[in-house]
Design a protein. Structure first.
Length: 239
């Protein structure tokens, strides 16, 4: 695979994690003697297919360079914007295209510390089989309710139940050809379309990324209760 392709990972890590109610950004909270960000990076770092990793930081970040992982030659740092899409674009603009290889971009959340190596391998294997790329995802298991809008008398009311058969939880990493991802993100930004993940930019432009069934323990640490769950998964993971 490496003879024809170059794979570059981008980790948007410019968020402040306000919902965690902590004094530092949530990617720097400690799980099993390492930060969440270090766990997220290390699974990518030791995959032989991934050539380079770009970590996108907040301009005010003074914590990353104190981490041992910051000295790794395989890692570069750039600074991002207020939104995820701005940070991913900053990472894409840092990619050097002085190569004859086809470049693919792997975007992974900086606060997903439990990515399974097997899932990563399966996602990377779509190179050569897909022109649009794909994402890790899990089928929705729970019953899904749509709420009435607006809120009625301060209460959230059920409007109806949504059929869940074709619904999936989008995870990361998400994996796309460099030129396609950059073109679609640029289009979405120009049109002021709200983009919450990279696949949404491709969808907006008429492309259909592949859904790769991943493990449900690949959780995003968002709320305080997620920390204990991530700690449990990291303790008992079998990769």
């Amino acid at each position: 695979m490496n003879s024809f392709y170059e794979v570059i990972a981008i980790l948007p890590a410019a968020g402040i994690g306000s919902r965690m109610q902590t004094t530092c950004p949530k990617q720097y909270l400690i799980l099993r003697d390492k930060t969440i960000l270090e766990h997220a990076i290390e699974t990518l770092l030791y995959n032989p297919i991934i050539n380079h990793i770009i970590v996108v930081l907040n301009q005010q970040d003074n914590l990353f360079f104190s981490l041992p992982i910051a000295d790794n030659d395989k890692i570069s740092v750039v600074y991002g914007g207020d939104k995820r899409v701005d940070s991913v674009m900053a990472g894409l603009q840092h990619v050097k295209k002085n190569t004859n290889k086809s470049i693919w971009i792997l975007v992974h959340d900086a606060v997903r510390p439990c990515l399974c190596r097997y899932d990563l391998d399966i996602l990377l294997n779509i190179i050569g089989q897909s022109k649009t790329g794909g994402i890790l995802a899990t089928p929705v298991r729970d019953t899904i309710k749509r709420a009435v809008a607006p809120i009625i008398m301060g209460k959230v009311i059920i409007a109806h139940t949504i059929e869940r058969q074709q619904l999936w939880h989008a995870l990361t990493p998400q994996f796309f050809p460099f030129e396609l991802l950059k073109t679609c993100l640029s289009c979405a930004i120009d049109k002021k379309v709200e983009i919450t993940d990279e696949a949404a930019a491709l969808e907006y432009c008429g492309y259909y990324p592949q859904l790769i069934n991943g493990r449900s323990d690949n959780i995003k640490v968002t709320y305080p209760e997620d920390l204990a769950l991530a700690e449990f998964y990291l303790t008992y993971r079998n990769y």
